[in-house]
Write a protein that binds this ligand. Structure first.
Ligand SMILES: Nc1ncnc2c1ncn2[C@@H]1O[C@H](COP(=O)(O)OP(=O)(O)OP(=O)(O)O)[C@@H](O)[C@H]1O
Ligand SMILES: [Mg+2]
Length: 547
């Protein structure tokens, strides 16, 4: 850098820097590559992606967030697109592909505007007011539903599953998702609260997708600790322990001098007595099932087996909490504190063999506030993708239970928002108007891509959609299954309002953020990370070239 006629070195050696249009262009290009890569997976006719990681493990998925997560993206602007998917996934659980594609379209439209000499800040301002308006329009057009209307919830779940591998079983899986969410939902004033963390999803390859079941309780990937214990207990009284059923070892190094066999026997007897007392205490409060977060000594196991108590050990803390919610048991931190009032209840606890593993089912709980879903399917990859589809389905049902407003999918809501935005833009002037129009064009790319992925002509479809919306058919959208434009409310294609709102919010914010960057200063990679000083420099250069 030249300061006052003198050369001054400000940045570290190896730092790469790009500025102005060059930087903007490179960022937009990188972000577009990401959007482009998942575009073809949008919608029920979207394609799946096969991803192979560094260890050769294969993932086959249609889920935007999963695909991008597996891609291990390097470029900083591309990483921001991956974050869009992640935010969408964390907030609402579905619509990740939509959000990323939308962000990409916003950027590509911005690029055309920049070529027409519209300044990036004008575009960002225009986008931000367009985004606000779009959210307002969406809220106005949303349909209010009943949070516990199972028919509507099933429709919502089916649409989210329709675009996944499980499409053929969408009604079966949708039904499970709805039952699970409604079971754990709790009334909170006029609305509902529901946390999908209260739904345990356990997967085991084997069987078929229709062997997937909902368990009114908790499924533990653990076996009963002792062969002498019952494998099946009915009318269970469950105690949850987060202390070990073992004789406590001293924390510091200690030495015990035993000089005679007699002393040795006394010592062991004493240990046995402690363990026996523990088991006696458990049995005295009437427990017949013990679930322990820590270990259980062999001797204690033996005593419990004699008393016909079924026990499971080393259970995860998260499962203990779910068990407490499902059975009503209080988790005891100390054997002495055990009281019969703290026992939990379930109809049945049983160890069953699922595929090659033994699992313990604690089921038939009365109004459990935590439930489990056991996902089955032909192969490991099918089960993995099924688990992701179930996650999406649980999320959309939760979204509607918590905020019972829906819009029509298949690009219907998007086309309507775009139409309203365009008419709103008539009131504006100059470059802001251009930016708002670009925003509405970007939103319309969703129905266009749905059409394209279904093998339809995207331009013709859009024209037909526009004219139908002009003629007040507000729920006209793309029916990819029949390959035509149709009223999608009649086809029951509903989606949560919150999914659509979040997609617009996060796509708009990410696009704005990327557009505002006009200087990229990248330090050379750290020596340890790149494996040597030379390599660090090369790495930075390579990235620059790749843009
Ligand atoms: N039966 C259907 N008819 C028309 N459109 C549908 C149908 N089912 C789903 N869609 C549309 O497909 C789009 C969703 O596709 P997809 O599930 O592949 O992506 P996403 O939800 O954005 O992301 P992801 O599910 O990967 O998180 C939505 O616009 C939705 O309205
Ligand atoms: Mg989806």
């Amino acid at each position: 850098m030249n300061i006052g006629g003198q050369n001054a070195i400000i940045l570290k050696e190896g730092t790469s820097r790009s500025q102005g249009r060059e930087a903007q262009h490179a960022n937009i290009e990188a972000a577009l590559i990401i959007a482009e890569s998942i575009k073809s997976s949008l919608g029920p006719k979207g394609m799946d992606k096969m991803l192979v990681d560094g260890f050769g493990d294969v993932t086959i998925s249609n889920d935007g967030a999963t695909i991008l997560d597996e891609m291990e993206v390097q470029h900083p602007a591309a990483k921001m697109m991956v974050e869009v998917a992640k935010t969408q996934d964390d907030e609402v659980g579905d619509g990740t592909t939509t959000a990323v594609v939308l962000a990409g379209e916003l950027l590509s439209k911005a690029q055309s505007l920049m070529d027409k000499d519209v300044h990036p800040t004008q575009i960002v301002d225009g986008y931000s007011s367009a985004s606000e308006k779009a959210l307002e329009f969406l809220q106005k057009m949303a349909i209010k539903v009943n949070a516990t209307d199972t028919t509507m919830l099933k429709k919502i779940a089916s649409v989210s599953i329709a675009s996944k591998l499980l499409a053929e079983r969408k009604d079966y899986i949708g039904d499970i998702a709805v039952k699970a969410v409604l079971q754990v939902a709790e009334k909170d004033g006029p609305t509902f609260r529901a946390d999908i963390d209260d739904i345990k999803v356990e997967k085991k390859p084997g069987g078929s997708l229709t062997d997937t079941i909902l368990i009114q309780g908790v499924l533990l990937d653990k076996e009963v600790v002792h062969p002498g214990m019952p494998k099946r207990v009915e009318d269970c009284k469950i105690t949850l322990l987060n202390c070990a059923l073992e004789v406590e070892k001293p924390e510091f190094d200690s030495k015990l001098n035993i000089d005679s066999p007699d002393q040795m026997k006394r010592f062991l007897d004493e240990e046995e007595k402690i363990l026996r007392n523990m088991v006696d205490k458990i049995s005295s409060i009437g427990a017949n099932v013990v679930v322990c977060e820590k270990g259980i000594d062999d001797v204690a196991q033996h005593f419990m087996a004699k008393k016909n108590i079924l026990a499971v050990r080393r259970v995860k803390q998260s499962d203990m909490e779910k068990l407490s919610k499902a059975t009503g048991a209080k988790i005891a931190t100390n054997i002495d504190d055990l009281r019969s009032a703290d026992l939990g209840h379930a109809k049945l606890t049983e160890e069953r063999k699922v595929a090659d593993d033994k699992m313990t089912f604690i089921e038939g709980c009365k109004d459990p506030k935590a439930v489990s879903i056991l996902v089955r399917g032909g192969t490991e990859r099918v089960v993995d993708e099924a688990e992701r589809a179930i996650h999406d389905a649980l999320c959309v049902v939760r979204d509607v239970v918590v905020d019972p407003r829906v819009v029509v999918g298949g690009g219907a809501a998007e086309t309507e928002v775009a139409r309203l935005l365009r008419s709103y833009s008539q009131k504006l002037s100059g470059k802001e108007q251009l930016a708002v129009q670009a925003f509405s064009d970007a939103i319309e790319s969703i129905p266009m891509i749905l059409a394209e992925n279904a093998g339809m002509d995207p331009i013709n479809s859009l024209m037909e959609l526009r004219s139908r919306h002009q003629a007040k058919q507000r729920w006209a959208g793309i029916d990819p299954l029949k390959g035509k434009v149709a009223d999608l409310s009649k086809l029951d294609v509903y989606e949560p309002l919150s999914v659509k709102m979040q997609a617009i919010k996060s796509a708009g914010e990410a696009a704005g953020m990327i557009l505002k960057i006009d200087d990229v200063i990248a330090a050379s990679k750290s020596k340890e990370g790149a494996g040597g000083p030379g390599k660090g420099h090369e790495g930075a250069k390579e990235e620059g070239e790749g843009e």
